[in-house]
Design a binder for this molecule. Structure first.
Ligand SMILES: [Zn+2]
Length: 186
């Protein structure tokens, strides 16, 4: 892999994996272009809750892509919260490994991917560029990896809560709605 500048943390690597799934047998020929767009600052991102809105400039054209990240299950939130300490925990690669080894992988799942271009695929070069841009952002601040899955919010009212709050209280605060966790792409 020639590009170690994307996903040099475990947290950021999860976003690289969206562009480069482990099960992929042949490399996607669009990947070098997507990396170049991200590296050249061609992706403008706005994160709004679990939505990533992005404008991707390539040559003279601009595409608009939206990526929706699935909310993290309460069980996983609780499992991860048990490993965090303090109001502003430092999300190291060691912590990532511990969380994953305990069966609570923090890798994001996507519920919706949309792009304004005419490629007619959810893996167009614009969307791939957004994954790389997100990998860079998460490398810079791994808290984004959890925040974008609603980790720091309650499911019911979206209010910010501290990671110092006990997992039991989180579960009590929330009402389980299976539709939130098993909804299809919108
Ligand atoms: Zn596109």
């Amino acid at each position: 892999m020639p590009d170690n500048d994307f996903g040099y943390t475990r947290w950021g690597k999860d976003w690289v994996r969206l562009a480069e799934p482990l099960g992929q047998t042949r490399p996607d020929p669009q990947l070098p272009r997507a990396r170049r767009i991200a590296r050249d600052g061609g992706v403008q991102i706005t994160i709004d809750g679990r939505l990533v809105r992005a404008a991707i400039n390539r040559g003279r054209t601009t595409a608009v892509a939206t990526i929706e990240v699935a909310p993290m299950s309460l069980e996983r939130k609780a499992g991860i919260a048990r490993r965090l300490s303090g109001a502003r925990p430092v999300l190291t690669d060691e912590l990532y490994r511990a969380i994953t080894d305990a069966g609570h992988s923090p890798a994001p799942a996507l519920t919706g991917v949309d792009c304004s271009c005419t490629a007619g695929t959810s893996r167009c070069v614009h969307v791939l560029a957004v994954y790389y841009e997100m990998a860079q952002r998460v490398d810079d601040d791994p808290r984004i990896a959890l925040d974008i899955q609603g980790f720091f919010r309650t499911a019911s009212d979206g209010a910010d809560i501290s990671t110092a709050v006990t997992p039991q209280r989180w579960i009590a605060l929330n009402t389980l709605d299976p539709a939130d966790y098993f909804s299809a792409s919108k």
